[in-house]
Ligand binder design. Sequence first.
Ligand SMILES: Cc1cc2nc3c(=O)[nH]c(=O)nc-3n(C[C@H](O)[C@H](O)[C@H](O)COP(=O)(O)OP(=O)(O)OC[C@H]3O[C@@H](n4cnc5c(N)ncnc54)[C@H](O)[C@@H]3O)c2cc1C
Length: 409
Amino acid sequence: MHRGLLSPSPPMSTASSRPRPPINGDFYDWFSTLPDEVNAARLKLRDFMSGEWEPQANGYWERAEFPREYLVGKMKELDLLHGAYTPERAGMATVMDGLLSMEFARVDPSLATFFGVHAGLCMGSIALCGSEEQQAEWLPALRRWDLIGAFGLTEPDVGSGVARGLTTTCRREGDTWVLNGQKKWIGNSTWGDIVIIWARDEADQSVKGFIVRTSLPGYSAETMQGKIAQRTVLNGLITLSNVRVAERDRLQRANSFADTQRVLVTARCGTAWQGVGCAMGAYEHSLRYAQERTQFGKPIGSFQLIQMMMVKMLGNLTAMIGLALRASELQDRLGPKDEMSALAKQFCAAKCREVVQLARESMGGNGILLEFHVARLFADAEAIYSYEGSNEINAMIVGRAVTGYSAFV
Ligand SMILES: Cc1cc2nc3c(=O)[nH]c(=O)nc-3n(C[C@H](O)[C@H](O)[C@H](O)COP(=O)(O)OP(=O)(O)OC[C@H]3O[C@@H](n4cnc5c(N)ncnc54)[C@H](O)[C@@H]3O)c2cc1C
């Protein structure tokens, strides 16, 4: 069995008596600049992900199974959301969320999505768009993982164009709202407790957000089948048939799509970090393999062309960390800015794709076997590339900011 990310490099090379350098995806030591709390949480999560989850990850991915009781129990134990959306994390919320996303994705991007949808998009919607009463009612239980959240924006016929194209409707009837429509791709929605549903008001066409309990009559979600990326996280196709939601569960500070956008922009750095993590895992596996695998009587890591692959991966990865970290620090200091988080996501997701491709290539046939881990990261990078704004959409956000011309139709 190929060794996982926690196992140390063997002390001595078989081809020479020199010790091998350590495997370290943080070549420029960026992590030494992080606040102590962030590093402590990051390393606690790394222990779990590399030590306990990684040996099981391929099996769950292959079977497209999400062991929810086990994972939710682990999330409670790790208590990663302690202080999230409170003054305790003020000034480092984006950096903390980003580094945790990275550690999840370094071993398993599916779990990064599970985390991101719950902690970033669902809790973020309530924190940014909910009233103080709604925040007090929902955030503590979500923080403790006693409730699991999802975020329903995308629809079967509308993805990138949700700003104008949302077709799910809401209609006010006294103190309740009646919701109708479908949502596609919604992570955690087939088994979680609540979903933030974004819908268009039949009366004035404005977009509103609702905290929808998945137990409500008229709510159903079927697990999407046949994914070739992030198979472990379960994505749902939700159908809302005359779901009646109380006015008190309408997000009180969500009045238009601009408010939905605030949630997306705030959470987007987390997806950039998913790209960093996925690339870091692939690079580290690939490097270990290059040190161990021999051909023509020599470690393949001694071949110039393989070394070039390592250097290209490392250069990309090092730049990605620097860019994601700077974007997150700026967001924590100055507040979210559309083009800042869009550039981080666009760059990191695109470079992640290049890194996982090189890692896969460096491992020959074993690069497409799950047992060697890179195959899973190679496939999972495709999901990171497409969600939270595709490559093109994020490029157009940045392009609009720097040229002054909008390419959106
Ligand atoms: C694994 C996974 C998990 C997800 N989880 C969630 C979730 O929990 N909640 C949720 O709401 N959504 C979720 N999504 C949906 C995701 O946000 C969408 O897939 C994404 O926004 C892209 O939409 P689309 O897939 O419909 O592609 P489309 O919008 O149909 O785009 C197809 C192609 O056209 C390009 N394109 C579109 N418009 C333009 C344009 N104007 N100019 C140039 N190119 C353009 C796109 O870049 C893309 O290459 C998830 C998706 C995946 C794959």
